[in-house]
Ligand binder design. Structure first.
Ligand code: GLN
Length: 544
């Protein structure tokens, strides 16, 4: 363990969505491979306290950490690239910072002083950064948004202050920008990068490293021009062109020599990063020998970010099975009893992801029915498990109005419902749930489940106790379980607390599995996840 924790501050400029999260995670992975312990902290300048209640259209996926914090999807990148598990210390929004300052103000902790952005908000930001970095050699701190945004100013000011307060060898500033290629001029344009650095310097920060995102590799002369205008050596201008896979980023950054610059600035060991595992991942990802088609039946089909961890987990399973996983996004809204067979018939496997709200539910039920009847591998995740239960209840048990109380609160057969509803005969929802805050009322984070010996899940996990992450309110209603079991439903896992249904399977089906948790949050590119790996493996084997 290093005596003084080192801090790498990563900001962005020109435009958002340049892949700061992936760059931060990749730098973390390079340093981890040199033998250091690394954490990554994401600071989001928006005012929501956490992204838990934000629409996927606004925010993409909500990533859930082991300790049950609802966080930005960048934390998913951190966990996929680095061996460290994020907690509530790894993601702060401006909302959370202001909230804690205001709470302190109400308690009189500021002793009658005027509470201001500087120093009170900036102090709170610094305190949270220092706290989150405790126990690590290196903390990478990523600031959301772009330099120059009004909201991000207190964050930039806080890291500027840290740069002064900590020892010079403890901090390094990395700035990520875009170098666009203008087709009609036929050249790469460095001006937006120059302006972004100028803006950053006007806030008091001189970056040590620039990572320039572009379609193509930056030629030496562009690097030199940028270096001159931005007052830095040209070897600190790193080119990061678009790559075939995000898992190539650690390799690309290493090739550009980023390790040497960071190592010199932070006075780290000069040993080279060990990237052999990433090389293997990239090789398998780029040249798979098999192909499989998975129908992904959800409601946000045009929104790649909404299911980021899930599509990555499928990809990891592909990498670990030497297979290209072709994901066909099928909008569940568009499936109906007339078209569902034809829309699904080219799929080698069907997956129904998690989700909230009633839109598109009937289409998902048709997809689950198709998979069960045609013996196509079916993977239902969270909502996807609930859909499977509704489908079996309706079509095998003859409970025509079986539903989840999330979609139809007064339905007769509440096969999926809130725990608090199980004992209510009149169909009412307990007051606590109806009036509760939308934030923080869910079953969240890693919980222990016990697997049934010899079930498919048990064979795949190769152990009896698992910890997987949850994010949902509704559960399988135990009153219907024995009726469902008579029709072939298998209960393969139950939770330690409350004995809730955690994994289901189906008799006489080659691969049918629903889980109430989100296994995608723990899938890693280097190993995959046992459930996803076998889902893809089976889909390849049974390919139609
Ligand atoms: N909407 C369902 C529930 O709250 C499922 C949630 C999910 O898929 N994450 O239980």
């Amino acid at each position: 363990m290093l005596k003084d924790t080192r801090f790498i501050f990563v900001t962005g400029g020109v435009v958002s969505s340049l892949g700061k999260g992936i760059a931060s995670a990749s730098i973390g992975s390079l340093l981890e491979s040199k033998g250091y312990t690394v954490t990554v902290i994401k600071l989001d300048p928006y005012f929501n306290v956490d992204p838990g209640t934000m629409s996927p259209f606004q925010h993409g996926e909500v990533f859930v950490t082991e300790d049950g914090t609802e966080t930005d999807l960048d934390l998913g990148h951190y966990e996929r690239f680095i061996n460290h598990k994020c907690t509530k210390e790894n993601n702060f929004t401006a909302g959370k910072i202001y909230y804690s300052v205001l709470r302190k103000e109400r308690k009189g902790e500021y002793l009658g002083k005027t509470v201001q952005v500087i120093p009170h908000i900036t102090d709170e930001i610094k305190r949270k950064i220092i706290k989150g970095s405790k126990g690590y050699d290196i903390a990478i701190v990523e600031i959301g948004g772009t330099v120059g945004d009004i909201e991000s100013q207190p964050f930039i000011e806080a890291i500027r202050q840290l740069g002064l307060e900590l020892k010079n060898y403890q901090t390094s500033f990395i700035h990520l920008t875009l170098v666009p290629f203008l087709k009609n001029a036929g050249e790469l344009k460095t001006k937006p990068t120059q302006h972004s650095v100028k803006e950053y310097r006007s806030l008091g920060v001189q970056p040590d490293i620039l990572i320039c995102r572009s379609d193509i590799k930056l030629p030496q002369e562009s690097k030199e021009k940028i270096a001159l205008f931005c007052s830095m050596p040209s070897n600190a201008v790193i080119s990061l062109p678009d790559l075939e896979t995000i898992y190539e980023v650690p390799l690309a950054l290493d090739e550009e020599g980023i390790d040497k610059i960071i190592t010199d600035k932070l006075q780290l060991e000069k040993n080279k990063p060990n990237l052999s595992a990433w090389k293997k991942v990239v090789k398998r990802k780029i040249k798979p020998s098999k192909l499989v088609n998975v129908a992904f039946v959800g409601k946000y089909v045009d929104l790649k970010d909404a299911y980021f961890s899930l599509t990555e987990a499928l990809d990891h399973a592909g990498i670990n099975n030497d297979t290209k996983v072709n994901i066909n996004f099928v909008s569940s809204d568009e499936l109906n009893s007339k078209n569902y067979s034809s829309k699904l018939k080219k799929s080698d496997a069907i997956l129904v992801p998690g989700g909230f709200g009633g839109r598109g539910i009937e289409g998902m039920i048709l997809a689950a029915k198709y998979a069960r009847e045609k013996k196509v591998p079916y993977f239902g995740i969270c909502l996807g498990l609930q859909i499977a239960i509704i489908e079996i209840a309706r079509n095998l048990c003859g409970l025509k109005d079986a539903n989840s109380t999330e979609f139809k609160p007064r339905t007769k057969h509440k096969v999926i419902s809130l725990i608090t509803e199980w004992k209510n005969e009149d169909g009412s929802i307990e007051k606590r749930d109806k009036n509760s805050d939308k934030g923080g009322t869910m079953r969240l984070g890693a919980q222990k489940a016990k697997l049934k010996i010899n079930s498919l899940a048990h064979k795949l996990y190769k152990k009896t106790n698992i910890f997987e992450r949850h994010r949902h309110r509704y559960e399988v209603n135990p009153e219907y379980v024995s009726e469902l079991e008579k029709k072939g439903l298998l209960i393969s896992a139950r939770s330690e607390i409350h004995n809730l249904v955690e994994i289901i399977g189906m008799k006489d089906h080659p691969w049918y599995l629903g889980c109430q948790f989100h296994p995608e949050f723990t899938s890693k590119p280097k190993t995959g996840h046992p459930l996803f790996n076998d889902f893809i493996k089976t889909a390849v084997k049974l390919k139609r």
